[in-house]
Structures are given as C-alpha cells and as structure tokens.
Design a protein around this ligand. Structure first.
Ligand SMILES: Cc1cc2nc3c(=O)[nH]c(=O)nc-3n(C[C@H](O)[C@H](O)[C@H](O)COP(=O)(O)OP(=O)(O)OC[C@H]3O[C@@H](n4cnc5c(N)ncnc54)[C@H](O)[C@@H]3O)c2cc1C
Length: 243
C-alpha cells in the first residue's frame, strides 16, 4: 500500500480553542511525509469494542516536522466532531491517513495572484495556504474573503489581524454584523466579490471552500464576474466518511 494510504498513529500534542465550538488540534504523526497547503487527512477513531468511524479534515498549516494541525467545528449531533472538540485530551491517540488531494492545493512556487473565498470552517485549508505563503516568503498577492455567521465564529482571529504584507482580508457576516461595519449581514453576493476579490483580468487562481451550498454560490458568482472556470478550484465540506 502506498505510504500515504496507510493508517498512521497520531498522538494529540496540543489544543487551542478557536471559538466556543471549534478547536485546533496538533497531532504528532511519526513518519509524516509532509504535505501541500490545501490537502486533507482522514481521521479514524476506534472504540474499545473495535467500532471505528472516520472523517476527513483539512490540514490547517504547513507541516512542522512530524506535527500536523487540524481545526474542527463541532456538529452537536455528529459522531466524530464532538469527540475531537470536547473529549480528546493531550496524549490520546487516533489514526490518520494522508495527505489526500492533489487539485485543491497551492504551491509556493506559483506566481499567479490568489483569491481565497471561505465559508465557515472552509477557512481551514485557505489558512494553510496563507501560512504556506508566509513560510515560503512568497510575495504573491493574496486576498481572503471570509464569510461567517458573526464575529464570535472567527477562526485564527488574532493571526489574521496581524500585518502580513500582500494579504488583504475581508469578513462578510451572514447573521450579525458588528456595528462598525457598513455591510448588513447577508450571504455572499456579487458585489462582495467584485469589491474584495481580484478583477478577472488579473487572472487569479481562485480557491473556494466551505459547505456545499456556499461553494456553489460563490463559484457561480466568480464565473459571473468573468473568472475562467478552470482557474476556480473548489472543496466542499459535505458529510464524509462512515462507520
Ligand atoms: C475534504 C473535506 C475536508 C474537511 N475539512 C474539515 C475541517 O477542516 N474542519 C471541519 O470541522 N470539518 C471538515 N470537514 C467535514 C468533516 O469531514 C465532517 O463531515 C464533520 O466534522 C462532521 O462529522 P461528524 O462525525 O461530527 O458528523 P456526522 O455524524 O457525520 O453527521 C451528523 C449530522 O450532520 C450532518 N453533517 C455532517 N457533516 C456535515 C457537513 N460538513 N456539512 C453539513 N452537514 C453535515 C450529517 O448529514 C448528519 O445529519 C471536511 C470535509 C471534507 C469533505
């Protein structure tokens, strides 16, 4: 079996709370082969009676040796995400398989401007791209358009506030907008991408990630603005895995 398809032991080495419902988990995976920004892993849990469940999670950052980082949002009635966001403790073990995916990736040697469009936890692989750009010292201009319910749902809030030359960040709130913003709370619209994205004439590489409905809406808006479909890469965070 190719090594990336083999299950590997992963020990939880650290936890950060992103929001009231999302946590970033750092796992130590001996023998981790490295990965590209945008790829994901499959995580497998095994209960004492041998019952297993697996789900896909995007890698949130470039690999740091054998340490990998995931950010998981809790689905209250879910099977796997409540365990990862509420139960697992440092020192506990799961299994991971990957890295998976070769299309929804950003490579540091790429020279095209980049437009990242994320909805909710769809920010995770886009953040990996932002971090990979910074780590590589790339000067490629990036724009991030991040759609989320309200301010309390922001992942990586402090890091995205810090100056990062060449990176522009725009928040779009869908349920409740902070008083200092002029845009009323609403789902992503044509004007949002026209104002905060790149013009299609710049020929940016576009990466769109989030729940399926969000991804389809945002990709349609990009096409309507004249972006070439082959420059629009999408990742849908629909239900995954099985038991
Ligand atoms: C490539 C890929 C990468 C992903 N990366 C991340 C990530 O970085 N962070 C993250 O938090 N999640 C990510 N997901 C989603 C993740 O795989 C799980 O679907 C999610 O954690 C729910 O799993 P669960 O076992 O808790 O819920 P389940 O037990 O699978 O489902 C519980 C209920 O929620 C519904 N449901 C499950 N998942 C979703 C969903 N994503 N959208 C809408 N309804 C859903 C189910 O239909 C069911 O009704 C990714 C999905 C894909 C395909």
């Amino acid at each position: 079996m190719p090594p990336r398809l083999a299950w590997r032991a992963a020990e939880l080495a650290g936890i950060d709370n992103e929001t009231a419902t999302a946590r970033t988990l750092r796992f130590r995976v001996p023998g981790w082969p490295g990965h590209l920004a945008g790829q994901h892993v499959d995580v497998r849990l095994t209960a004492d009676d041998g019952y297993t469940a697996q789900r896909s999670y995007s890698l949130a950052a470039p690999a740091d040796g054998d340490l990998i980082e995931l950010t998981v949002e809790a689905f209250p009635d879910g099977e796997v995400s409540p365990y990862l966001t509420e139960v697992i403790e440092v020192g506990d073990q799961v299994e991971v398989r990957g890295p998976v995916g070769g299309w929804f990736v950003w490579r540091p040697e790429s020279k095209a401007p980049v437009l990242l469009v994320g909805g909710g936890s769809g920010i995770v692989p886009l953040m990996a791209m932002i971090r990979a750009r910074r780590q590589a010292g790339s000067r490629v201009p990036f724009r991030l358009v991040y759609s989320l319910r309200d301010q309390d749902r922001r992942y990586y809030a402090e890091e995205l506030r810090r100056p990062d030359p060449g990176l522009d960040v725009t928040y779009l709130y869908t349920r409740s907008a902070p008083p200092e913003t002029s845009r009323p709370a609403a789902r992503i619209m044509l004007d949002d991408l026209a104002e905060s994205g790149w013009p299609a004439t710049f020929e940016p590489d576009c990466y769109v990630c989030g729940p399926t409905g969000f991804v389809e809406a945002a990709a349609d808006l990009l096409v309507a603005l004249g972006h070439a479909p082959e420059r629009i890469r999408t990742e849908r965070f629909g239900p995954t895995g099985g038991s």
